[in-house]
Design a protein around this ligand. Structure first.
Ligand code: GLN
Length: 463
């Protein structure tokens, strides 16, 4: 990557920001940092990055796109940010998102919606919640961006902006300094236009971190390296549950044309079924708000962010005036999470969802050839190495229709992630690959837990 390209990316940002509302905070010293570091030869020298604004940075505020954290400034860098800086990356700014990562349209931000750069003259959503990260890459403002993916938030916007979006296996990239939404699902992901950059960034971030209790241990990393060797021709499964009738004929045709190209390369295809996929949406929307509710309880205005200046109690409720600063979607999730955790519903909702989640993980284990190093399933000798599906059920909509559909029913928005949530619930490595230049459509390629290499090697050959 050349210094010249990096400079032109940074200089393009003010104009792109005006058009697409990509960033929440832009670093005014990015150009100087780039020039000061110009002669250093580091693995990621001359690469410009955008960092989703729920990942903490010590030189720029971290708002999570929320009014409640509008002025919050972290005293430290997240591990992933520190590693990027040490490898020579210059951070251009913090990218816009759905508040606390909750959403799939990039519209639930205190700082206004992100617009999709593939459509310069119409207001189309960029997907969410890593909307700004995907738009930053698509618009050419950065070489790559970090996002977070809890149920699809890297892959969906990647597909809608026609860029690559990689969600590694749960635990591969440190979550230390990533503001928790639902910690059993949260994963840091990478968005870029090409595989070489994505690979290099992943190599820098794919390290054990003792500060993250869920970081994959060095022993398990070694075990995975030994088990999952480079494979030539692959056995690829097409999960039947993802071929829904609601997908348009155009989308299906593009998908099957892609499969045909892969067959011509010698890969073998098999229909597979993952029956528990049908449970993914209810499992996700039972567990993720329950985890979110406990994570969001720290925002009382005392330790972080803004505190109501009049009183801490309203109608007998502690912190109500401060917490009124949460946006509508976040407030809805708090109600949902508390409901799922309250004594009357806990067993029937939360515990049941946990059981169903294990069922889904087992279903995945049954179709993969490789073993699962966490569940210790042995692998299915006649199973597949990868599964492939579309990333989204349809194209991105206009901001206007997205907002009105959402008003009539929040489940319409929740349905955007039906194809991405199952992989999150099972912690699997998965990459959304654009199906064409500037076409807002992606295919999602997924492998067994910890077999991130098979996903990346496969993409290296076709992107
Ligand atoms: N759209 C999903 C949600 O709102 C997923 C979000 C994410 O992956 N952060 O929870």
């Amino acid at each position: 990557m050349s210094l010249k390209t990096a400079l032109s990316r940074i200089r393009s940002i003010p104009e792109l920001q005006k058009r697409y509302n990509i960033f929440i905070n832009i670093d005014p010293s990015a150009e100087k940092r780039l020039v000061d570091n110009a002669d250093k030869e580091l693995p990621l020298s001359h690469l410009v990055a955008g960092i989703k604004d729920n990942i903490v940075t010590k030189d720029l505020p971290t708002t999570c796109a929320s009014k409640i954290l509008e002025t919050y400034q972290s005293p430290y860098d997240a591990t992933c940010v520190r590693r990027l800086r040490e490898a020579g990356v210059v951070i251009a700014g913090k990218t816009n998102l759905d508040e606390f990562g909750m959403g799939s349209g990039g519209i639930h931000s205190h700082f206004g919606p992100v617009l999709n750069p593939l459509y310069p003259s119409t207001k189309i959503t960029a997907g969410g919640s890593s909307s700004g990260s995907a738009a930053a890459v698509a618009a050419g403002a950065v070489d790559f961006a970090l996002g977070t993916d809890t149920g699809g938030s890297v892959r969906l916007p990647a597909a809608f902006n026609a860029v690559l979006g990689f969600k590694p296996s749960y635990g591969r990239i440190s979550r230390y300094g990533v503001v928790a939404y639902a910690q059993s699902l949260d994963t840091v992901g990478i968005l870029s236009k090409g595989m070489p950059v994505l690979r290099k960034v992943y190599n820098v971030l794919n390290e054990y971190d003792s500060k993250d209790p869920t970081s994959l241990s060095n022993d398990l990393r070694k075990k995975a390296n030994k088990l999952f060797k480079e494979k030539g021709k692959l056995r690829i499964g097409i999960p039947q549950e993802f071929l829904q009738a609601s997908i348009s004929a155009d989308y299906k045709n593009l998908f099957f044309r892609f499969i045909k190209e892969l067959m011509d390369m010698g890969h073998e295809f098999y229909p597979v079924t993952i029956p528990s996929v049908k449970d993914s949406l209810p499992i996700y929307y039972t567990l993720s708000p329950a985890e979110a509710v406990s994570n969001l309880s720290r925002y009382d205005g005392i330790r972080y962010g803004t505190r109501a200046d009049t009183t801490d109690i309203e109608n007998g409720t502690l912190f109500a005036p401060t917490r009124a600063n949460f946006g509508r979607e976040v407030q809805d999730r708090i109600i949902l999470g508390n409901y799922n955790l309250c004594s009357e519903t806990f067993k029937n909702n939360y515990v049941k969802a946990q059981k169903l989640r294990v069922g889904l993980m087992n279903d995945f284990d049954e179709i993969f050839r490789g073993p699962n190093i966490i569940s210790n399933s042995k692998g299915n000798v006649s199973g597949v190495d990868l599964i492939i599906s579309l990333t989204a059920t349809g194209p991105p909509s206009t901001i206007e229709s997205f907002t009105s559909a959402e008003n009539s029913s929040p489940t319409n928005e929740y349905l955007n992630d039906v194809f991405t949530m199952p992989m999150s619930l099972a912690g699997l490595p998965t990459l959304s690959i654009p199906l064409g230049n500037d076409v807002p459509l992606g295919v999602q390629v997924t492998a067994q837990f910890a077999d991130d290499e098979t996903v990346l090697n496969f993409a290296d050959r076709i992107v």
